[in-house]
Design a binder for this molecule. Structure first.
Ligand code: AHG
Ligand code: MN
Ligand code: MN
Length: 297
């Protein structure tokens, strides 16, 4: 079954299927920009990170197709300072985008991704508990989509004709033993350091590429925990609550896992602004729950 047929079966609203196909229809164009996409632009986004060409291109491609669709009233993108308001005459979805996640890996030819969340209520700042569906596209040796909504999590792989075909459904995250943590060890707070050392002593294996979607996908597939913690000089860590962490936690929780900031479930939080950051622990329930015990000490 392909993604379109799956969504038609799964989703009561035809407009959701259309919205997802508008986004996934842009995949080939985004991929065509990878070659030469690592050129520096000299422009820094609101997080102080220098954008490379592919960040700008992927952002523009997705904003163009979404705003032309007439289905979206708001877009919040990692590469835009403000929430974009669009003319929507056919539906009023709000969408968050990380157009190219892990873009620093483009020069190394490792896997990168696109992260999307959809708010059926048209308001990206209404709270992460309001997410109606979320998915990521992972551009690796294969191009795949992991799509989550109320009914669960499914994986699709792009075939030779460019069509996304269902390969796994009702995905559940196993209770595995992989871990990855962002930030320099010297900047970790004592509780986080103790937590990671405990996992290492128990035989957890390090898997961290610096491309969030690839790292999350590995955790979803094999189990364990992905973290980007609070750091000495950055109590909110690095990752973006609305645009990266919210959709990841939605997907992982729909697969039976858990996502927290170390204390509170991420999906109970309401971002106050587009660029709000948060520490994150996301993955198998068991490993994520244990983080809280160390962080309280
Ligand atoms: P982006 O490429 O969209 O800026 O995101 C990078 C993010 C995320 O993909 C990854 O998990 C993390 O930043 C890596 O950060 P470090 O390089 O600090 O490990
Ligand atoms: Mn990102
Ligand atoms: Mn990005």
């Amino acid at each position: 079954m392909n993604l379109q047929d799956y969504l038609r079966k799964q989703q009561p609203a035809e407009t959701v299927c259309e919205l997802v196909s508008v986004i996934t229809g842009a995949v080939a164009t985004i991929k065509s920009e990878f070659l030469g996409g690592d050129e520096k632009t000299g422009i820094f986004n609101i997080y102080g990170e220098e954008e490379i060409k592919i960040d700008k291109k992927a952002n523009q491609i997705l904003i163009d197709v979404l705003s032309k669709s007439g289905l979206v009233s708001q877009i919040a993108s990692e590469e835009e300072k403000e929430i974009l308001q669009c003319n929507s005459n056919r539906a009023h979805f709000a969408v968050t985008l990380d157009p190219l996640d892990g873009s620093s890996l483009i020069p190394t030819d490792l896997a990168v991704g696109t992260i999307i969340s959809i708010y059926g209520n048209g308001d990206v700042l209404s709270g992460l508990g309001e997410i109606s569906a979320a998915f990521y596209i992972l551009y690796g040796p294969l191009t795949l989509i992991v799509f989550a909504d109320q009914k669960g999590v499914s994986q699709f792989v792009q075939d030779k004709n460019g069509v996304f075909q269902l390969v796994k459904e009702k995905i559940l995250i196993p209770d595995g033993n992989l871990y990855g943590s962002g930030g320099l060890r010297k900047d970790w707070l004592p509780g986080h350091k103790k937590y990671i050392e405990t996992l290492e002593n128990e035989g957890y294996k390090l898997r961290y590429s610096g491309s969030g979607v690839a790292d999350i996908h590995q955790i979803l597939t094999y189990g364990g925990v992905f973290s980007y913690p609070a750091l000495q000089e950055k109590p909110q860590g690095k990752l973006r609550l609305l645009i990266e962490v919210g959709p990841w936690c939605y997907i992982i929780e729909k697969a039976g896992g858990l996502g927290t900031n170390g204390k509170t479930r991420i999906l109970e939080l309401t971002p106050q602004k587009v660029d709000e950051r948060t520490p994150v622990y996301v993955g198998s329930k068991n490993a994520v729950r244990r983080a809280a015990q160390f962080l309280e000490q």
